[in-house]
Design a protein around this ligand. Structure first.
Ligand code: NAI
Length: 331
């Protein structure tokens, strides 16, 4: 089946080609899917998308006119797809529900540790022949309370890691996982209590209308003074401007983010020769207690191989009209 893959990156190309085994005619494009680039899917029955692609209603309508019938997402999240419109247009969508919760949970832990132990500052100092330790004091994670919002695959994996560090774990989720309660002593509570009682808050719920700006000025005011906030889920979970205010007052003591509300068109690309136009992220970059990575939590060789395998499996199933079990139904 002819498939146009938008937003492909060098790091995934070899995995996609190897997983394809020559079955499908793959048209690998680096450009993002937008209203202006949708026409590049001309002649393809299927397309494949990444987090930064825009599959809003208007774009889907254009794709449908071009004859696109299938979308294979190379992601778990699908907040960038107008699923109801897709259903109305009879465009089928499949995703990669799980490719490595370890990759994201471990990156979350890396952000927590790097922020706490000020590893970036320490590294830069040492490279500058400054071996002083002043200003590098961290805290023991052992005994600290960590609030995990969303105890699905990634949240649960993080909880196991945190348990190993000796942390007390609070959780917030619409579904309670009794195994986590029994095995790791997780205490489920509401969002407000989690914010007020946690030293570290880590976000692992999907972005939906219910979770948009879950962390806003009100929740920040509820937080322990100087708490650490980590977001490796989706940028829209956090009101970034409210976090900046919280960082200025010290209410937010550390902020680690792998995802950003306005990341489309910014993350995943080299803008080093340009003038940064986004004043919000520019302000975030001025804080030495903020650590930003460019949506790389998933980026391990295991995860990339799994993403490619599942994406190609989903395309096989589309072609053979078989249910892959990975289909996304409208929200
Ligand atoms: P999952 O579906 O296994 O877990 C999500 C959990 O959130 C579930 O337990 C669900 O009950 C809970 N939840 C949903 N809506 C809620 C609400 N309104 N309030 C409270 N809890 C709610 O998903 P998984 O695999 O753990 O992934 C979580 C998120 O991580 C994804 O939605 C995606 O946005 C993000 N992600 C980020 C990546 C990155 O590279 N930074 C890579 C992969 C996923």
């Amino acid at each position: 089946m002819k498939t146009t893959l938008f937003s492909t990156h060098k790091f995934e190309e070899a995995h996609l080609i190897s997983a394809n085994k020559g079955n499908h005619e793959l048209n690998l494009l680096e450009v993002r899917l937008t209203e202006n680039t949708a026409s590049l899917a001309q002649g393809s029955e299927a397309i494949s998308l990444f987090t930064s692609d825009d599959a809003s209603a208007k774009v889907l309508e254009k794709l449908s006119e071009l004859g696109v019938k299938y979308i294979a997402l190379r992601t778990a999240g699908y907040n960038n797809v107008a699923t109801e419109r897709a259903a109305a247009l009879d465009i089928k969508i499949a995703r990669v529900p799980a490719y490595s919760p370890y990759a994201i949970a471990e990156h979350t832990m890396a952000l927590i540790l790097a922020l706490n132990r000020k590893l970036i500052k320490a590294h830069n100092r040492v490279r500058d022949m400054n071996f002083s330790l002043n200003g590098l004091t961290g805290f023991d994670l052992n005994g600290k309370t960590v609030g995990v919002m969303g105890t699905g695959k990634i949240g649960a994996t993080l909880i196991k890691i945190l348990y190993g560090f000796g942390c007390k774990i609070l959780a917030y989720d619409v579904n309670k996982d009794e195994d986590l309660v029994e095995q790791y002593g997780v205490h489920y509570t509401d969002c407000k209590t989690l914010c007020s009682e946690s030293d570290i808050i880590s976000l692992h719920v999907p972005l939906t209308p219910d979770t948009k700006h879950l962390i806003n000025a009100q929740q920040i005011a509820n937080m322990r003074h100087g708490a650490m906030l980590i977001n490796t889920s989706r940028g829209g979970l956090v009101d970034t401007k409210a976090v900046i205010e919280g960082l200025k007052t010290g209410e937010v003591g550390y902020f680690g983010m792998d995802v950003y509300e306005e990341e489309e068109g910014l993350f995943f690309e080299d803008h080093s020769e340009e003038i940064l136009q986004d004043d919000v992220i520019a302000r975030l970059m001025t804080f030495n207690n903020v650590l930003i990575t460019s949506h790389q939590a998933f980026l391990t060789d295991t995860a990339l191989a799994n993403i490619a395998d599942t994406t190609l499996f989903n395309l096989d199933c589309f072609e053979k009209l078989i249910d892959s079990g990975n289909e996304v139904t409208s929200k």
